[in-house]
Design a protein around this ligand. Structure first.
Ligand code: PLP
Length: 386
């Protein structure tokens, strides 16, 4: 099947795989970077230092501001729980949105059960959150705002710079889930009022099981985050556990490649996405979810009147697509994101997400337009006959 599910995960770029291979075996660099007494440890530590710098470079951060984790879910947990546990005496109020990834929503739910108060903003029908909505939600006892940069289901881009400025003004910590935007949109943390940022390797042609948390160092007062993983005191005591050097090197190579290719790749993918929508919009009863103008150029989320999303996905078995988000598509719940935008249950069910990536070709887009239009027509005709 043709792969249109890059927002769920990406294939690892062969150049990344090649870079990782020497980091497994005795004749390569397999050592523990915490082994400070011998060559094997030093070489591994050196590789981690270089990788950390490459990752920091893509997002305009300093090396020491990056903590390695097992992925964005862990980064989000460390950021939100870590802040809640460090600042609960200052306040117990956290602001987020209804359209966040489950890792944010469930972490906030966990904290709510522990006595924190959570305000969940409902975005506008196009998925965007306004400055006024954030401003109205903040209170004297708010300690944290957590908003995603790019939504994983509909692709809308939030104005994190504006939200961050507001947080600075009120001395509120700002966490951004940038899992879907790192390496796709220009992010320069030296010029962005963001305190914490979560990201991973596998959405950007790197390996799974590796991610990072950016923690701003130049901040007054200094940030304190309570560790969630205890042990050998790795990563300045913030995240214990032996560093997976091969994964880190892989993610760094993926980020280095993104820095080189991001601009041209995004122009190309936006062109492909726009062509896809142009071709599909002729289909009767098709609706777009989100807002193409304010969305990342790799994603298209559509709903159909009358046709069940799951039925459509089965009928479109030549394509690897997602209905709602991958994390919830195993269940029968309609997408929480589309529901939050005011789509009724039927339209939220009847949605499919195309997400394009580095290996998407023009031929695949043309084939998809042709094939999907024909399939929908056939399904519509069957419904008509019933
Ligand atoms: N946040 C967003 C917006 C995502 O799309 C994902 C991936 O599904 C995550 C967080 C979780 O990332 P990971 O798979 O690295 O835990």
């Amino acid at each position: 099947p043709i792969y249109f599910d890059y927002a769920a995960t990406t294939p690892v770029d062969p150049r990344v795989v090649e870079k990782m291979i020497p980091y497994f075996t005795l004749d390569g660099i397999f050592g523990n970077p915490s082994s400070r007494s011998h060559y094997y440890g030093w070489k591994a530590e050196e590789a981690v230092d270089i990788a950390r710098k490459q990752i920091a470079q893509l997002i305009g951060a300093e090396s020491r501001e990056i903590i390695f984790t097992s992925g964005a879910t862990e980064s989000v947990n460390l950021a939100i729980k870590g802040i809640a546990q460090s600042y609960h005496k200052k306040g117990k109020h956290i602001v987020t949105s209804m359209t966040e990834h489950k890792s944010v929503l469930d972490t906030c739910q966990y904290l709510e059960n522990k006595g924190f108060e959570i305000t969940r903003i409902t975005p506008q029908p196009n998925g965007l959150i306004t400055f006024e909505q954030i401003s109205n939600a903040l209170r004297d006892d708010t300690i944290l705002l957590s908003i995603m940069h790019v939504n994983n289901e509909i692709g809308v881009i939030q104005d994190i710079k504006k939200f961050g400025k507001l947080c600075r003004l009120h001395d509120i910590i700002f966490h951004v889930d940038a899992t879907q935007s790192v390496g796709k949109l220009h992010i320069d943390l030296s010029d962005l009022p963001v305190d914490l940022m979560s990201f991973n390797g596998h959405k950007l042609y790197g390996p799974k099981g590796i991610g990072g948390l950016y923690i701003r160092q130049h901040r007054h007062p200094k940030l304190h985050i309570t560790a969630q993983m205890h042990g050998g005191g790795h990563e300045h005591g913030m995240r214990s556990g032996t560093l997976p050097v091969h994964q880190i090197v892989g993610m760094a190579e993926a980020y280095r490649l993104a820095r080189e290719t991001m601009t041209t790749e995004m122009i190309y993918l936006k062109k492909m996405r726009d062509r896809l929508w142009q071709g599909l919009q002729q289909i009767e009863g098709i609706l777009i979810n989100g807002d193409l103008e304010y969305s990342i150029g790799t994603l298209l989320n559509i709903s159909f009147n009358n046709i069940d999303g799951e039925t459509l996905i089965i009928a479109l078995k030549d394509f690897a697509l997602s209905s709602g988000s991958a994390c919830t598509s195993g269940t029968l719940n309609p997408s929480h994101v589309l529901q939050a935008l005011g789509r009724n249950n039927e339209l939220a069910y009847n949605s499919i997400r195309f997400s394009l990536g580095r290996f998407t070709t023009e031929e695949e887009i043309e084939y998809a337009i042709h094939h999907i239009a024909a399939t929908v027509m056939k399904l519509n005709a069957m419904i008509y006959l019933l």
